[in-house]
Design a protein around this ligand. Structure first.
Ligand code: GLN
Length: 288
């Protein structure tokens, strides 16, 4: 993406889709991002744009598009501009109060669904908790694909929980929301499956600079990024049913310390799975 010296974006009232895509090219905005903006503005699928590139935008659409190009060029994530993103096939509302769900996290959901498939045929029910739910992505994806599960989504942030509540409502998915710090939000309850994508980036990580639009509280943890992962592991025995699973997302270099902590606390069947880039991304285990 271009820096501040790039040509200002000019999108005028008679702008067609073809002109709008040229403006994106000139200002250094990704063509795919520009197409997604236009599809969103015109309420059409992206494929529609190709056969209709002489269609003119309305004044309002042109103004909105020009603003989005400027903000995108300045590094704001597309999901925040559009106010939504896709996760596990669900359209989720997102804003700067919550982390934008990442494709890697779908791995955690798939693993959770496999755990539930093994459990549900014989037992009929399963209680699930998503700790640090943000937009509600993990909890909602699990509830969507596994309607028989009872799903609770926890977050310490009231604004994040409000977004999760809106997503649950618009998707018609009956998850329960609880506010609080990790396990304390569901004290006294027990679950068959707990999942979390907690903050795990360490304070000095250079990768953070590119993520400054997202809430730091959802990204950064102390102790080399491990403090929240350790709290989740340490609190799990009191909150899981015997044989219950804990599945955690973590940084590519945190697999070993996460496995070690799980073993120290008494977990068994400790396993790490890699993301599509081949990096250690999720570790899970059973308690008791
Ligand atoms: N996977 C995210 C990233 O590195 C971070 C998410 C997190 O800290 N839980 O961009």
């Amino acid at each position: 993406m271009n820096g501040p010296k790039a040509t200002p974006v000019h999108v005028c009232a008679s702008t067609t889709i073809a002109d709008a895509l040229t403006a994106a090219l000139v200002s250094g905005v990704d063509r795919l991002d520009a197409q997604l903006m236009l599809a969103h503005l015109l309420l059409q699928p992206r494929s529609w744009l190709i056969a209709h590139d002489d269609t003119a935008l309305s004044d309002m659409q042109s103004i909105q598009y020009a603003q989005w190009l400027e903000r995108r060029r300045a590094g704001e994530p597309l999901a925040y501009l559009l106010g939504q993103t896709e996760f596990c096939g669900l359209v989720l509302q997102v804003g700067p109060q919550v982390l934008i769900p990442r494709p890697e996290t779908e791995l955690l959901v798939d693993w959770g669904l496999a755990v539930l498939r093994d459990r549900l045929p014989s037992k009929g029910t399963a209680s699930v908790v998503d700790l640090g739910c943000g937009s509600g992505a993990i909890a909602l994806a699990i509830q969507h694909r596994c309607p028989a599960a009872t799903v609770t989504a926890v977050d310490a942030s009231a604004p994040a929980l409000e977004i999760a509540r809106r997503n649950a409502k618009s998707l018609g998915l009956p998850i329960t929301l609880a506010r609080g710090d990790w396990w304390s939000a569901v004290a006294g309850e027990r679950f068959h499956l707990a999942l979390s994508n907690p903050p795990y980036i360490s304070l000095g990580d250079p990768h953070l600079a590119a993520l400054h639009h997202e809430p730091r509280s959802a990204l950064v943890a102390s102790g080399h990024g491990l403090s929240d992962l350790y709290r989740l592991i340490d609190g799990a025995p009191a909150s899981l049913h015997p044989g219950g699973w804990l599945l955690l997302e973590h940084g590519h270099d945190q697999g070993a310390p996460v496995r070690q902590r799980l073993q120290q606390v008494g977990f068994r069947e400790v396993e790490t799975r890699c993301d599509l880039a081949g990096l250690e991304r999720c570790t899970g285990a059973r308690f008791g």
